[in-house]
Design a protein around this ligand. Structure first.
Ligand code: 13P
Ligand code: SF4
Length: 344
């Protein structure tokens, strides 16, 4: 079997290799990984790893984050490298926010606000966007620690500029008890993001209008249909879902929080899970004493790209196009952005 072959090649590397996989990967890939986690856990594992090579079964921004954390202080490579089995595995949400567009919006907003806004960027963003954030005193966040990071700055009386996921940040502010008016959305392509000076000056947080096209498709109708089909089921949903939908859930949380909710529940409990289908199917298999239904099946095409064939090809030939190398010049600022998050 191909997975046996992968394991054979993997064994030859011993501690010099670490294969990481995100929970949304196919099960054959997960079976070949040394560790599986959500974005936050995988960033921590990459930061702590001493392995010469990290193979990242996930999407590009995750591999870039691992590369950023594996460099020397000054950004130069220090004998470690990061590899992505499918170099085309990206994240459409990350692509919705480019560094020049964010920089221009941040400059304009800070001018109208009369103070520099603190940027907070979701890890689902490019290395250039993280460097922009680090340069201007901000921090990265994941869906696992977003509430903590945003609260940290809001509690200091700061006003924030959050990108790229409007839904994650709207959910975070709702859960922190802020009214909907606390968030203003910057709409790309409109003068001053379509916001008035008054709106900019009164909002606690301005959010970029990006979203995850996969999770953002959940609707209120999905919830009513699923609840009617499975009365009494507990609904747990990823915070990339639109806020009016997430507000109907019993719990929102990162992939780790969703897994923990299922694991800690009583035998016999029924769940509706609002996130990527590979994870939902694995939960159903791993917890046979509980009943797990998808809120509605959704698949991230980019996460689904990585195949066992590609992983085997990588481990046997190490093709250059699979090597992920963030430009040296932006690593220090991008690293500051990610390390601020890990320290919070
Ligand atoms: P997590 O932070 O929950 O791992 O989510 C990453 C992601 O890409 C979700 O779409
Ligand atoms: Fe990006 Fe959404 Fe896929 Fe996550 S699920 S990698 S946010 S497109």
């Amino acid at each position: 079997m191909i997975t046996d072959e992968i394991r054979q090649y993997r064994e030859q590397w011993g501690d010099r290799l670490l294969i990481l996989g995100h929970h949304y990967q196919r099960s054959e890939i997960v079976a070949c990984c040394d560790a599986v986690g959500d974005s936050l856990e995988l960033s921590r594992l990459a930061a702590d790893s001493k392995a010469e090579r990290i193979v990242f079964c996930g999407v590009r921004f995750m591999a870039e984050t691992a590369d950023i954390l594996s460099r020397a202080e000054d950004g130069r490579p220090c004998g470690r490298s990061v590899w992505l089995p499918d170099p085309a595995a990206g994240c459409p949400m990350a692509d919705m926010a480019t560094e020049p567009a964010l920089e221009a919006a941040w400059q304009a907003l800070s001018e109208v606000a009369g103070e520099p806004l603190v940027p907070v960027v979701y890890v689902n963003s490019s290395a250039e966007v993280k460097a922009f954030c680090g340069r201007h005193g901000g921090s990265a966040c994941t869906s696992g620690n977003g509430r903590r990071v945003v609260k940290h700055f809001l509690d200091q009386g700061k006003r924030l500029f959050f990108a790229p996921d409007q839904h994650l940040c709207t959910n975070i502010l709702r859960e922190l008890g802020y009214p909907p008016s606390a968030v203003a959305i910057w709409r790309r392509g409109l003068e001053l993001g379509g916001l008035t000076a008054d709106r900019i000056q009164t909002a606690r947080l301005i959010a970029w209008d990006g979203c995850c096209p996969i999770h953002a498709g959940y609707t209120i109708q999905d919830v009513s249909t699923a609840r009617a089909q499975h009365p009494g089921a507990r609904l747990v949903i990823h915070p990339e879902a639109p806020s009016p939908v997430a507000a109907l859930a019993d719990q929102t949380g990162s992939t780790r929080a969703i897994i923990d909710a299922v694991r800690r529940s009583d035998e016999g409990e029924t769940f509706l899970v609002g996130t990527e289908q590979h994870l939902v199917e694995r939960l159903a298999r791993d917890f046979p004493g509980k009943t797990i239904h998808p809120l509605r099946p959704i698949v991230c095409g980019d996460m689904d790209r990585t195949s066992p064939e590609q992983l085997l090809e990588l481990l046997t030939t190490w093709p250059e196009e699979c090597l992920v190398q963030v430009p040296d010049a932006i690593v220090p600022d991008a690293r500051t952005c990610v390390e601020r998050m890990l320290a919070l």
